[in-house]
Design a protein around this ligand. Structure first.
Ligand code: ACO
Length: 341
């Protein structure tokens, strides 16, 4: 084979570029389900739910709303805020554990809804950690010059995998979506580092057992609640605290930063007690964390980007702030991202 006679273009060998979140957006369905509403469905109380989790209410999608509908609504807001047209998007990544269907991917369904005809589409499955996993994939593509404008979405219809007779789980989750536009920026502000980790040996502590290839959906599976979330709550709690604190420390270490340098920590919005325990481990007061789980519950892959969007909108995160995002989810999976906003 002879060498080419002309100079090759080497798109993936360009100098690495700074990658920024140029805009965000979020969407929640209209229907609000309060703790008082749940008291009518299962044997629970507002007091129990709030003291154990910090949650007061959550939004629940309409029957005819799927995850892709929530995702597309959040994406529209992020695109408007960024001034980006659907044609400009060259990659759509959707982090979700409640896809519309087994295939095609939810990302392809979002592509159709928003008319982003030039985009490649991919779903990312890392449960509650999915958004930071997807954002890191996007970062790598943009940094090396392979893609220019990537839409990263975290979206969930958790109500579709909820056993409304299981009080230990049905009080914790909600539906929603958050989206971010990632682009290369000349300015120094951007994503500094990401830490990703997993431990598949602990997969049985948090799962939806049936509906996949191991145990396809069947009348029996549905009757036994196996197409819904099964969770060993206390075990999940312990691992979430260790996993999030460890990922946060490693992200800071990689950038030579101290926790005191971080203006705002945005954790996965699972449970205020988990967040308090992470704060204790890191030696950070609670006022440095941003939380909105009181109003939305745990929206899994959507939670961290919904919280970032709200924190920016209300001015809790300002230009130039060092922001730490940290998450934990089924798998187990965990991740942390440090960024200069
Ligand atoms: N209302 C009233 N009582 C309840 C409820 C409820 N909704 N749910 C459980 N209980 C009861 C239990 O039946 C039990 O009763 P018993 O003592 O008579 O047996 C009692 O409350 C205590 O139950 P525990 O499970 O031991 O309660 P715990 O203090 O561990 O709190 C919780 C449960 C809130 C689930 C906690 O373990 C937790 O926060 N775990 C983390 C789970 C989580 O956040 N998962 C999200 C998915 S993973 C992620 O996103 C990181």
């Amino acid at each position: 084979m002879s060498a080419p006679t002309h100079e090759l273009v080497r798109p993936c060998m360009s100098a690495l570029r700074t990658v920024s979140i140029t805009a965000t957006g979020f969407y929640v369905p209209d229907r609000v389900m309060t703790n008082a509403d749940l008291e009518k469905i299962v044997d629970t109380s507002d007091e129990w739910i709030f003291t154990r989790s910090g949650i007061r209410e959550r939004h629940i999608a309409a029957e005819d709303q799927a995850t892709s509908d929530l995702a597309a609504a959040a994406a529209q807001r992020a695109m408007e805020s960024a001034g980006v047209t659907p044609d400009e998007i060259d990659f759509i990544l959707v982090a979700t554990c409640t896809p519309d269907m087994t295939f095609p991917s939810t990302a392809c369904l979002v592509q159709k809804l928003i008319g982003a005809k030039n985009a490649a589409c991919l779903d990312v499955s890392a449960a509650c950690s999915g958004f930071l996993y997807a954002m890191d994939i996007a970062r790598q593509y943009i940094a090396c010059g392979a893609k220019q404008t990537i839409l990263v979405i975290g979206a969930e219809k958790m109500s579709s995998v909820m056993d409304w007779t299981d009080r230990a789980t049905c009080v914790l989750f909600g539906d929603g979506a958050g989206a971010a536009i990632l682009q290369a920026r000349e300015a120094k502000y951007g994503l500094l580092t990401s830490v990703l980790g997993s431990d598949g040996t602990l997969n049985e502590l948090l799962m939806v057992p049936a509906g996949g290839s191991r145990q396809p959906a069947s009348h029996e599976a549905i009757e036994q609640g196996l197409t819904c979330i099964r969770m060993a709550g206390r075990e999940v709690f312990k691992h979430a605290v260790t996993g999030m604190a460890g990922a946060a420390r490693e992200a800071l270490l990689r950038c030579g930063a101290n926790i005191e340098d971080v203006a705002c920590i945005i954790p996965h919005q699972a449970n205020s007690r988990i967040i308090q325990a992470v704060g204790q481990k890191l030696g950070v007061p609670m006022d440095r964390f941003f939380m909105n789980l009181e109003r939305y519950g745990n929206t899994s892959a959507a939670s961290v980007i919904m919280a970032l969007d709200e924190a920016v909108r209300i001015g809790r995160v300002q230009r130039g702030d060092l922001v730490l995002l940290v998450v934990f989810g089924a798998g187990f999976t965990w991740a942390a991202s440090l960024l200069e906003w």
